[in-house]
Write a protein that binds this ligand. Structure first.
Ligand code: NAG
Length: 216
């Protein structure tokens, strides 16, 4: 017979390895049970460098002028999937962050946005296929990556995201840090109902060597 304590040790070992895990490990991730966990590599006054392992998301794209318009449509599609529009008919818990891929584009141009919900740990290995909008909703796997992150409070809008992205890219440029071009990610950790202590982030994926020398 397997003892209860052996099972618990095994579960703790799995939790420690998990990249989608217990939200109590991140103080800014407080509204969901599970969050996207990372290793902090180093930080400056302007940004953090994080390492994230490969994970799976459910994602959908929308072409639009404005993130806010794309967000309404994409959120509805993904919410439908987690509410049960998947081949197993499962109701899937919300996790954090919700990530929006923001294309680099001029203000009056259209661009392709991608919204992603992180799949909870129990669905990572075998995510249920979408059944509605199956041409638009898809399972997406991000690779193991290093990310430059800048955090800010308040609401995630085109303007607040654009300003945080600009601060982050200037800080990275002056530090000589290399990052992938073409767009960035906006990560939101709160429901729209939450009014205070909101937490948002802008992410640029690192490309090559990390300028952490001399930093903690
Ligand atoms: C979704 O949009 C991203 C860019 O935001 C693009 O790289 C990707 O190819 C698109 N995927 C699909 C399935 O259209």
């Amino acid at each position: 017979m397997i003892s209860v304590s052996a099972v618990m040790v095994l579960m703790l070992a799995l939790t420690a390895e998990a990249t989608v895990g217990d939200s109590s490990q991140l103080d800014f991730c407080s509204e969901t049970n599970e969050c996207f966990l990372f290793d902090l590599i180093c930080k400056t006054d302007d940004y953090e460098v994080r390492h994230y392992k490969s994970v799976k998301w459910v994602s959908t794209n929308e072409t639009s002028f404005l993130m806010e318009f794309a967000a309404m449509k994409t959120f509805r599609r993904l919410y439908n999937y987690i509410q049960g529009a998947n081949e197993k008919g499962k109701k899937i818990e919300m996790t954090a962050p919700v990530v929006m891929r923001i294309p680099d584009k001029g203000f009056l141009q259209t661009g392709e946005y991608r919204m992603s919900f992180l799949l909870p740990a129990e669905y990572q290995a075998d995510p249920p296929k979408p059944i509605d909008n199956e041409d638009k909703v898809y399972i997406y796997e991000t690779k193991d990556m290093n990310v430059y992150v800048r955090s800010y409070g308040g609401w995630l809008t085109t303007i607040s995201d654009g300003s945080a992205a600009k601060s982050l890219s200037s800080a990275l440029d002056s530090a000589g840090a290399k990052y992938k071009k073409g767009g960035h990610d906006a990560a939101g950790y709160n429901s729209p109902m939450t009014l205070f202590q909101r937490h948002n982030e802008v992410w640029f994926e690192a490309d090559g060597e990390l300028p952490c020398t001399g930093l903690d």
